[in-house]
Design a protein around this ligand. Structure first.
Ligand code: G3H
Ligand code: 13P
Ligand code: ZN
Length: 308
């Protein structure tokens, strides 16, 4: 199956009350781990590429990896998506480079500037039939270009105005999630009332949840057991994600859990087999750890198994 644009994927997810996982990719093993999970589960999947990933791997390499992945497995629909596009030029380069979906992240800008930037990207992208995700509100945590000390939750009426003015195809909303491994200091809480209000004002419109890693404590424990220092890490509990999915969130972003799965596996391997130095020896179980984590996510949290 060639790379697809997300419309059909999201329509089906909304109708079937499941979500499509958008997993961040940075190298071959991560792409393979995610694709093997999606294939095994017969699930649609989004491979997403951040500005940091573009800097690390380079756009041509990432595209070749994605193309290799879809030619190896032609059975599941795959979207390749720019995650947190920094500006118009980056979105244009990714669209011209073969991405089927881009996110323009103007969430750090004043409202009217976010509107204007998103409009500009939408105009270019729609001319080429490419999907545009935008963001309104701010997630706490650190992104490549945005360092936000606190949340600024998405205002439901502003969300309606934003979608109408910009014509963006999907919207990332801020309801209390955040990027990275340290999402909550105390009790985990999401603003479901706000999500419900946004849902009501934008019926059937594709909503996206960023910062949706669960930070599995077994990965954290393994990292720490084998020399890591990942103290006080906390993610979004899986039942909260399932609830968001039943409320019609149709794209769930996961990066941190991939990093934790991979790093826990490598740390354990290095500690237990210190004589090994062939990268294939530790990258093989690390890739398997990514596959197992993504399989669990697809099967038990997103509900997208068998939907390809
Ligand atoms: O939303 C942020 C993603 O986890 C990407 O992170 O910019 O370090 O690649 P990155
Ligand atoms: P996590 O840090 O929770 O994995 O979020 C990733 C994300 O939102 C990528 O856009
Ligand atoms: Zn994000």
């Amino acid at each position: 199956m060639p790379l697809v644009e997300p419309k059909e994927m999201f329509d089906a997810a909304y109708a079937g009350r499941y979500a499509v996982g958008a997993f961040n990719v940075n190298n071959m093993e991560i792409v393979q781990g995610i694709m093997r999970a999606a294939s095994g589960e017969k699930s649609p999947v989004i491979l997403q590429v951040s500005a940091g990933a573009l800097k690390y791997a380079g756009l041509p390499y990432i595209m070749k990896l994605v193309k290799a992945a879809i030619s190896e497995d032609s059975a599941v629909p795959v979207v390749v998506h720019l995650d947190h596009g920094l500006g118009f030029d980056m979105c244009r380069d990714c669209i011209d480079g073969g991405f089927t979906s881009v996110m323009i992240d103007g969430s750090h800008l004043p409202y009217e500037e976010n509107v204007a930037l998103t409009q500009k990207v939408v105009e270019y992208a729609h001319g080429k039939n490419i999907w545009v995700e935008a963001e309104l509100g701010k997630l706490a945590g650190i992104e490549e270009h945005v360092q936000s000390a606190g949340h600024l939750y998405t205002d439901p009426d502003q969300a309606v105005d934003f979608v109408r003015k910009t014509g963006c195809d999907s919207l990332a909303v801020a309801i209390g999630t955040s990027h990275g491994a340290y999402k909550f200091k105390g009790e985990e809480k999401l603003d479901f009332e706000r999500l419900e209000t946004i849902r009501g004002k934008l019926p059937e419109y594709p909503l996206v949840l960023h910062g949706a890693s669960s930070v599995p404590q077994d990965f954290v424990a393994l990292c720490n057991k084998y020399g890591g220092k990942v103290g006080g890490a906390k993610g979004v509990p899986e039942d909260m994600l399932r609830k968001a999915v039943t409320m019609g969130v149709c794209k769930i972003n996961v990066d941190t859990d991939i990093r934790l799965a991979l790093t826990a596996s490598i740390r354990q391997f290095m500690a237990e087999q210190p004589e090994q130095f062939d990268p294939r020896s530790y990258m093989t179980p690390a890739r398997e750890a990514v596959k197992n984590m993504v399989t669990h996510k697809i099967r038990d949290v997103l509900g997208s198994s068998g939907k390809a």
